[in-house]
Design a binder for this molecule. Structure first.
Ligand code: SF4
Ligand code: SF4
Length: 465
């Protein structure tokens, strides 16, 4: 698999113009880092990152995915928000050959988008990893049926890997139905390798990401895994990667960028579309417009505080968009040769054009300094995916890390509907309990996050009308 994929001759060069027609709704550039563009400070280098004329860049580095022996692109494609097959084709044309998906992403929509692109790709030169959640009492037959559903949506005879999605305990790694299903499907040539993914506990009784994934690495039955890994949240990831290396297990990263920095002022007479939607949701639930605006202003103030913290390094390094910070985060992940592919949730051509030039390149000294300053500025603001250190402090068992992860889907990935739907699924275990709580979680976060105000604002953000 050292050879890069080539464009299908039938596949005309997909132009931006074409994409705008097909998927204009998702063709959004990075929002300005704050209220407006920031001029680069005198004497700084405006471009921190390796750049090439976007449409000419291709993947430069392929790494061996553990014992699978596959040579996968250092930049892979995640697909939580994926709905457009043209984006898959475009990534493929750039040399991306690793595609991570799941039956649950968009209730099959992500798999369908990859499936629609399948006829334009050389199946032998791409690695598709899909997965599903398994319940305790799922039988092998039920899991086999679900894999067949994935194959149908993906329009392929086989998946390269099929895994346990969100494995929240060490015990689930031995799920008899899953292993029996995989044995049968491997014998039929429908599945080649087994995998596991986990981003940490959503409830206090669930195991940590490191406990589950280190056990999976040592288990011997899993060939690759998907874990959270970024410059603000890598200590557990480093342990897991070491265990994978010792056992020749493939490593793939998710949530490679920790979030966004945005401050949107609130002008009650001239609300943005998103603010207007928020007000409509709140008034639809019986709140007054004034109360909704007040909440919006409180959220804007919190964002402004965060924004102010970032000013020194933003101005020093001449960052113009929050997307640049995201690029730096992804670039940081690519520096670890033992992380075989960093999955990026591509939703448009622009982001592909910006991320692909990072492939195979070194993190510059200025970029590394910028990320370190960012880490210092945001350390007590970033709720780590997968962490549950504060869990025992909440008498109402509110899954803080999970709620904050949904906020990340909303704000960080722009996947608003998905985030709100997931949040609605928490039912009695959401952050509504925080409104009348004495705040027992105060001081429970080892990173210094002030949990209660964050949870109140996130609850407002994610609550469906
Ligand atoms: S608030 Fe702090 S302790 Fe709680 S999940 Fe987030 S990072 Fe972990
Ligand atoms: S504010 Fe109360 S209910 Fe909310 S997370 Fe903290 S302890 Fe739990």
């Amino acid at each position: 698999m050292s050879e890069k994929p080539k464009s299908d001759p039938q596949n005309d060069e997909i132009s931006r113009r074409n994409f705008v027609k097909v998927g204009g709704a998702v063709l959004a550039g990075g929002a300005a880092l704050g209220g407006g563009a920031i001029p680069a400070a005198a004497g700084t280098t405006p471009s921190l990152f390796p750049t090439l004329p976007g449409q000419d860049a291709r993947i430069q580095s392929y790494r061996t995915l553990g014992r699978t022996g596959w040579r996968v692109s250092d930049v892979g494609m995640g697909s939580v928000p994926l709905r457009e097959s043209n984006v898959v084709r475009y990534a493929y044309d750039k040399g991306v050959n690793y595609f991570d998906t799941a039956e649950g992403y968009g209730r099959g929509a992500a798999e369908r988008a990859i499936g629609e692109a399948m006829q334009h790709m050389d199946r032998d030169k791409i690695f598709i990893a899909s997965k599903c959640r398994v319940r305790d009492d799922d039988t092998a037959e039920q899991i086999i049926e679900r894999v067949r559903g994935s194959l149908e949506r993906l329009r392929t005879d086989y998946v390269d890997a099929y895994g346990i999605h969100l494995a929240s305990s060490v015990e689930v790694l031995s799920h008899p139905g899953y292993h029996a299903a995989m044995d049968k499907l491997k014998a039929e040539g429908r599945v080649r390798f087994t995998s596991v993914s986990y981003h940490g506990p959503g409830r206090p009784e669930q195991a940590s990401m490191a406990d589950v994934l280190v056990a999976a690495a040592e288990d011997g039955r899993f060939d690759l895994m998907l874990l959270v890994y970024n410059f603000l949240n890598h200590e557990d990831g480093d342990r897991i990667i070491a265990a994978c290396k010792a056992n020749n297990v493939g490593t793939t990263a998710m949530k490679t960028a920790p979030g966004v920095l945005r401050w949107e002022p609130v002008d009650p007479d001239n609300l943005t579309e998103q603010q207007q939607q928020y007000v409509e949701r709140m008034t639809g639930r019986g709140q007054s417009r004034e109360a909704a605006i007040e909440r919006l202003e409180a959220r804007a103030q919190r964002q402004k505080d965060l924004y102010d913290r970032t000013r020194p390094f933003v101005e020093q390094y001449g960052l113009l968009t929050e997307e640049q910070l995201r690029l730096g985060s992804i670039h940081w992940v690519l520096q670890n040769p033992d992380m075989h592919t960093a999955c990026v949730a591509f939703t448009d051509f622009d982001l592909i054009d910006k991320v692909v030039p990072l492939s195979g390149t070194q993190l510059g000294a200025a970029e590394a300094r910028m990320l370190e300053e960012c880490r210092l500025a945001l350390n007590d603001q970033y709720c780590r995916h997968g962490c549950a250190a504060c869990g025992g402090s909440c008498p109402h068992d509110v899954p803080v890390s999970t709620v904050m992860r949904y906020a990340y889907y909303y704000e960080g990935q722009g996947n608003e509907k998905y985030a709100m739907t997931l949040y609605a699924g928490l039912e009695g275990k959401n952050a509504s309990a925080c409104a009348d709580c004495a705040g027992d979680c105060a001081g429970a976060c080892p990173f210094g996050i002030d949990i209660q105000p964050n949870m109140l604002q996130v609850h407002d953000l994610l609550t469906l009308a």
